[in-house]
Write a protein that binds this ligand. Structure first.
Ligand SMILES: *Cc1c(COP(=O)(O)O)cnc(C)c1O
Length: 388
């Protein structure tokens, strides 16, 4: 941290407008869920740009995934299919509800779940599937949605990386899934520090999620305290959760959302520079979006190819020694003790995820990277892969 030249792996891009909006909230007298959370939800729907969407702000994507599955009635005895190549949040929410997780391998061409593997994993208890739009590149949604329809499965998209991403020319968040959940964690494509958004189309689903995100109250706190009529009365209709997004966080979100497209263009430009610079190296560059589709470029995941002069761990060490922070996305769930032991998982069941994990690292990719920092990352990768 003391090296001023160190290029961190990730940094949020917070400008004066974000700061002013937060200060405005601090001075407004309303800190928790209120007018700014409402405006953020409305602006989010407008950004996605499809009619009839219900956007529900929550305090994390994890909370949003939990609420979506709860509202869809997932519970004990049910099974939910998802990819092993993800963060544990995608799968843990299934266990919150007492249902079981069925992990499947990825398609190495996209690093997203393999739809054929999903088809093979469907059994009598399967109720839902959770695709992850890995790194900001859409999963194969058309075949997945068709498969889900044939088998009566619910689809909840983990869109934590996917703002903005499109699939088949339609923005993620507007497809025919039951729910789509975005993350505004500190290192995501837009941030509220911690936060998330659940997008659904079914009004009944929206109502259940709205009730369950705040204690199971029949009307939310903002309604109660802001109406001009006496409004002390509320009813508890379920043992709900404490998953609401504060106005302080929503203030950040409002200004980040305004810049979401510009932030994406900057990340895409850096990714294109990396792609060009690494073309001749013994690496596999990240999966691109389908022609005509948009890639959010949340992560730039490089995979070492056969013939690379060093392994992944050595490359990470060399880059760190050169003052560059990297990460690995992800240590697949089948290697994590909890998941491995609960479901007796073996790497051989997930050969593509295992191979991607062993060969991949994520390079710094964020809008506030300066050109000289991008050049330093490129030079360091080239130097590390030049000789043994
Ligand atoms: C970040 C992330 C989450 C969890 O998001 P939170 O907002 O931190 O709860 C879920 N899934 C994936 C793939 C993520 O990267």
């Amino acid at each position: 941290m003391t090296d001023p030249d160190f290029v961190p792996f990730a940094l949020p891009d917070i400008g004066d407008d974000e700061i002013a909006e937060v200060v405005d909230t601090l001075r407004s007298g309303w800190l928790t869920t209120g007018p700014k959370a409402r405006r953020f939800e409305q602006a989010f729907g407008e950004f996605l740009g499809a009619p009839g969407l219900h956007c529900l702000a929550v305090n994390s994507a994890t909370a949003g995934l939990h609420l979506a599955l709860e509202a869809l009635g997932i519970g004990p005895g049910d099974e939910v299919i998802t990819t092993t190549h993800t963060f544990t949040a995608t799968a843990e929410v299934v266990r919150y509800l007492g249902a079981d997780v069925r992990l499947v391998d990825i398609d190495p061409a996209t690093l997203c779940l393999d739809v054929d593997a999903v088809a093979r994993a469907i059994g009598p208890r399967t109720k839902a599937v959770i695709p992850v739009h890995f790194a900001g590149r859409a999963a194969a949604m058309a075949p997945l949605l068709a498969l889900a329809r044939r088998h009566g499965l619910k689809v909840v998209e983990d869109a934590a990386h996917a703002l903005p991403t499109s699939s088949g020319g339609r923005r993620i968040g507007t497809l025919d899934s039951e729910a789509c959940v975005f993350s505004f964690y500190a290192n995501k494509t837009i941030t509220t520090g911690e936060g998330g958004m659940v997008v659904v189309r079914d009004p009944a689903l929206a109502k259940r999620i709205g009730v369950m995100r705040l204690h199971g109250m029949s009307r939310d706190a903002f309604d109660r305290f802001h109406t001009r009529v006496p409004a002390w009365y509320y009813e508890i209709v379920a043992p709900g959760y404490k998953y609401n997004l504060t106005d302080l966080a929503a203030a950040l979100g409002l200004q980040q959302l305004r810049r979401a497209q510009a932030l994406r263009e900057r990340r895409a430009a850096i990714a294109a520079r990396y792609d060009a610079a690494f073309a001749a190296l013994p690496v596999q560059r990240p999966p691109q979006a389908e022609p005509g589709d948009e890639h959010a470029w949340h992560l730039y995941v490089l995979r070492l190819a056969a013939g690379a002069p060093c392994d992944r761990d050595t490359l990470v060490e060399r880059l760190f020694a050169a003052g560059i922070g990297c990460s690995v996305h992800y240590i697949p769930l089948h290697l994590q003790p909890y998941w491995r032991e609960r479901y007796a998982l073996q790497p051989a069941q997930f050969p593509h995820s295992q191979a991607a994990y062993e060969a991949s690292l994520s390079l710094p990719l964020y809008p506030s990277m300066r050109e000289d920092q991008v050049a330093r990352v490129i030079a360091a990768v080239q130097a590390a892969l030049a000789g043994g």
